[in-house]
Design a protein. Structure first.
Length: 136
């Protein structure tokens, strides 16, 4: 994991496609950066990171440790970028963004969480990478 000077903080890691590896990364994020974020932002940021990593592990990596998940966090001033990419085939994010999910649905909440808590959300064309921008 990397930390840069000049006011830019960065974490960059390639993880095995498991929830345990994702959880380790989240705990490291919390240890390094949690105290520097205000309470509501800490929760929102961790929620976005957790959702993006969980989706990459579950859907992209299918919980297979041999499949990799790349994650980059970059914090500068009052702007955080979360970028997560997996080795999966991707998904039709355009349809997912248009679809409204019922509150009792056990799946499909990721894009709704992204829209609610991120300032900007971008998927790559394939649908196996998401970039979330959170401005504080």
């Amino acid at each position: 994991m990397t930390q840069r000077s000049s006011g830019v903080r960065e974490m960059r890691e390639t993880l095995p496609g498991t929830l345990a590896a994702a959880e380790e990364f989240i705990l490291e994020f919390r240890r390094r950066w949690g105290s520097s974020l205000e309470a509501p932002h800490e929760f929102e940021t961790e929620l976005l990171l957790r959702e993006a990593l969980a989706n990459a592990v579950k859907h992209g990596s299918q919980h297979l440790p041999a499949r990799k998940v790349q994650c980059v966090l970059r914090l500068r001033d009052r702007r955080l970028i979360i970028a997560v990419r997996d080795e999966g085939t991707g998904f039709n994010w355009r349809a997912a963004v248009r679809r409204e999910i019922g509150s009792l649905s056990p799946t499909g909440r990721g894009t709704r969480i992204y829209r609610e808590y991120a300032t900007r959300v971008r998927f790559n064309d394939r649908g196996n990478a998401v970039t979330l921008v959170k401005e504080f």
